[in-house]
Design a binder for this molecule. Structure first.
Ligand code: TRP
Length: 452
């Protein structure tokens, strides 16, 4: 079967970065940072990106490009007749769950696009934003409409195919999003009282670090880099032999991390400036951000209007390039493993995720009373995927690429497309084989209280 390919080198980086950059950076990173005490969390997060994220990302790239198949097909090809194929299956399941609740939040961004378009933010004060977010997210039907709309949008881009859909949209949007984020950082830092937010972000208080901080930072690193479920592995199956995998991984992780930190630099100075608690959780960004536009451009309503509209549009688009990558994992799986047409495969994925997404969305409103182990559906999906399923997937990917996969294949894949120095290759292999499995296990065991 002839498989699609990404057209150009820059397309490769942008499509992968498009997958990585999304609500994880702008929505989830600030809220996790806020709940875990700020600067110390960020430092641990950066460590996780470098020492766990990078080696696993390179490994996913190697597995994907070498096998040129969906994530289960990849393990079947590289390790025929073994149980490794379940690792691919695990990834597909994880992807389903993430896509379901991620689309709910992505749907919220569309509500904010609409609100911005209708000039609904003008003249409001912080408590108004809070009240309107609560009433919106608890409304029984409005978030559901946006959820369905967002999933269908993803669906139709997916069936248009890899190059045209994914690559083209990433190329235009990513640079634009970056520019507007940088501008917002300046706006936020210029607000009265923003220094406290800056201090929260830059001055680590290690007394606040608990086992949960490590688990949160690790989970966030996997989530934000799109790792641990074969997502970048599936994308890498569309790379060609001219792509330098290591360089691509560094670029993607670099872009992703810069955007997350910049998002933090927007949210916290603004939150402290208007007196919103940083540990507010999932609603933090949606309550804080509209304030930034109002306070920074209050005197020039046209600017407030234009920038807020642009920002929410770009955020929705960034979320879209991420949902596309999540959707693609499951669609490629059903298409290649079960012989479904791409269209039929995509419909199955969209249908399932819509069903689960509806549950997640309602669990914030009418089904708030229904909790499993103290979690609403929404929080449960977030916790189970980011803090358990992705790191576990990553652990096994590291074991597979480090201990099982033929060293020659790994080396060849790393050396094509410009290659890397032998030293870097050795460092990668060492970290992957020893540090990553030990590190991930230690964070899990620590959370279970084994070391305390
Ligand atoms: N990384 C994306 C974000 O930050 C979300 C995402 C896309 C993802 N694909 C993924 C997360 C695969 C985990 C696994 O918004």
């Amino acid at each position: 079967m002839k498989r699609a390919n990404f057209g150009s080198k820059i397309g490769v980086v942008l499509a992968s970065a498009g997958s990585a950059v999304g609500l994880g950076n702008v929505w989830r990173f600030p809220y996790e940072t806020g709940q875990n005490g700020g600067a110390a969390f960020i430092l641990i997060y950066l460590g996780c990106v470098l020492l766990l994220g990078m080696p696993i990302m390179i490994s996913e790239f190697i597995i994907g490009r070498h096998s040129q198949a969906n994530t289960t097909g990849a393990y079947k090809f590289l390790a025929p007749n073994t149980h490794w194929k379940w690792l691919g299956f695990w990834g597909v399941m994880t992807g389903f769950l993430i896509l379901s609740y991620y689309s709910v939040v992505a749907g919220w961004t569309l509500e904010y696009v609409m609100e911005a378009l209708l000039n609904g933010f003008t003249g409001k004060i912080p408590s108004d934003f809070e009240a309107s977010f609560v009433s919106f997210s608890q409304n029984p039907w409005r978030p559901l409409l946006w959820l369905a709309f967002f999933l269908l949008l993803t669906h139709f881009i997916i069936i248009k195919g890899v190059e045209k859909g994914i690559e083209r949209s990433s190329k235009i949007m990513m640079p634009m999003l970056f520019l507007i984020i940088v501008m917002l950082v300046f706006c936020s830092l210029s607000l009265d009282g923003s220094e406290k937010g800056l201090e929260f972000l830059l001055k680590p208080d290690f007394s606040k670090v608990t086992s949960g901080t490590f688990l949160g930072a690790m989970g966030q690193a996997f989530f934000s880099l799109s790792l641990g479920m074969g997502c970048l592995c599936t994308y890498a199956s569309y790379f060609n032999k001219n792509t330098n995998l290591t360089k691509t991984a560094f670029s993607v992780a670099g872009i992703d991390t810069v955007i997350a930190v910049l998002a933090g630099l927007i949210i916290f100075p603004a939150a402290f400036s208007v007196g919103i608690e940083p540990d507010k959780g999932a609603s933090l960004v949606f309550i804080t951000l509209p304030n930034v536009f109002q306070s920074a451009f209050g005197d020039v309503p046209v600017l407030a209007y234009v920038f807020s509209l642009m920002f929410y549009l770009l955020l929705a688009l960034a979320a879209l390039t991420s949902t596309i990558s999540l959707h693609e994992v499951a669609t490629a799986y059903l298409h290649e493993e079960f012989g479904f047409s791409r269209k039929k495969a995509a419909w199955c994925v969209t249908g399932c995720c819509l069903f689960l997404g509806v549950l997640c969305s309602l669990s914030l409103g009418v089904f708030q009373w229904f909790k499993i182990a103290g979690f609403t559906f929404f929080d449960l999906f977030d916790f189970v995927t980011a803090k358990l399923m992705l790191p576990l997937g990553g652990l096994f990917i590291a074991i597979f690429a480090g201990w099982f996969l033929d060293k020659k294949i790994v080396k060849d894949e790393m050396m094509t497309g410009g290659g890397v120095s032998v030293r870097l290759f050795m460092a990668y292999r060492f970290v992957l084989r020893y540090f990553v499995p030990v590190g991930i296990s230690a964070i899990f065991l620590n959370e279970l209280g084994v070391f305390s």
